[in-house]
Design a protein around this ligand. Structure first.
Ligand SMILES: C[S@@+](CC[C@H](N)C(=O)[O-])C[C@H]1O[C@@H](n2cnc3c(N)ncnc32)[C@H](O)[C@@H]1O
Length: 310
């Protein structure tokens, strides 16, 4: 049984995957290989392994695991519509089995999988620690856990979190239309709709994440720092992403029909402009060290780790 919150989260994501063209989907699958190679992950290790893709979304990583020779991939998600879309995209891979389940209550025995992959999921659940302990429970000793979770800090997250209470009053369709008018591509639409509307969005310090792992029984922890998300690669790229929020909120001004919408869209636009302004000032400040500039503008970025269980 999934909770109302999980259903709401699942519904949001399920509706976002269909906007990807086949080409964009293929590129999203290829990112797995690019990132694994850039971070010296031994792809041959996957051959014959029993894998779990926990919170599989569009199934892009399940497909990537199958392509790299996983013996089986069990792909779970709370989103019924997302699972339907993922099954359609992955129909040629017989080693992948899709199933509706929550990472908070996985329907698998202890020590079931060699590799548990969970990218961008547990920070959207109502109980981060429980999700982490469930992922660990189903992992075999000597098995590996891959996690991607949102890191803390940075102006982009601050802008997103300042905009969330405003855009929620304008509604998803309104903002989706504004994204369309702003002319952003489909993968950007997904990225912003997810960030602006997902019910839970927990940002975690790397120190907080890694402090939890030894107690759960993890030994070595490899941090992936190569091939980051494009918008985290440098402060200028991050500024460009914040500017997209400004473009979306600017487009929303033209959509306002009622007085409340006019006030809310002005508030949203002024908010986004303020973050663009602060990011531009930081980039222009020659007294800032590269480290400080990164910390101010990007923050910690997404955390990606591979942890091996004792
Ligand atoms: C940002 S998407 C990531 C999808 C995929 N892992 C990827 O990287 O492409 C987050 C996914 O987590 C799923 N999700 C959210 N809460 C979940 C839960 N409690 N259990 C399982 N999946 C969940 C959502 O439905 C969504 O598909």
């Amino acid at each position: 049984m999934t909770s109302t919150l999980e259903e709401e989260t699942g519904k949001l994501f399920g509706g976002l995957w269909t906007s990807l063209s086949d080409q964009q989907y293929r590129e999203s699958v290829e990112l797995f290989t690019k990132r694994a190679v850039a971070n010296k992950f031994d792809l041959d290790w996957l051959k014959g392994k029993k894998c779990l893709d926990a919170g599989c979304g569009s199934g892009r990583y399940s497909v990537a695991l199958a392509i790299h020779g996983a013996g089986s991939v069990t792909a779970v998600d709370v989103s019924v519509s997302g699972l339907a879309e993922a099954s359609r995209r992955a129909s040629e891979f017989s080693s992948i089995a899709f199933q509706q389940a929550s990472v908070l209550d996985l329907p698998f025995e202890d020590n079931s999988f060699d590799f548990v992959w969970s990218a961008g999921v547990i920070h959207h659940t109502s109980d981060f620690d429980r999700a982490l302990s469930e992922l660990t429970r189903v992992l075999k000793p000597q098995g590996k856990l891959f996690l991607l979770v949102y890191g803390a800090g940075g102006l982009r997250w601050k802008a997103v979190q300042a905009l969330r209470p405003v855009v929620v009053d304008l509604g998803m369709k309104f903002i989706d239309d504004a994204i369309g008018i702003a002319g952003l591509p489909a993968n950007n639409r997904k990225h912003f709709m997810d960030d602006l509307f997902v019910p839970i969005q927990k940002l975690t310090r790397f120190s907080e994440l890694t402090s939890k792992l030894p107690n759960l029984g993890y030994g070595s922890i490899d941090r992936w720092t190569g091939e980051t998300f494009d918008h985290e690669s440098n402060p200028i790229a991050q500024l460009e992403d914040i500017k997209k929020l400004e473009r979306i909120t600017h487009a929303s001004l033209g959509l306002a029909e009622t007085e409340p919408q006019r006030y809310l869209t002005r508030l949203a636009h002024a908010t986004a402009q303020m973050y663009v302004d602060v990011a531009e000032r930081a980039l222009a400040d020659k007294t800032l060290s590269d480290t400080n500039l990164r910390e101010i503008v990007i923050g910690e970025g997404n955390h990606r780790i591979v942890a091996t269980k004792f």
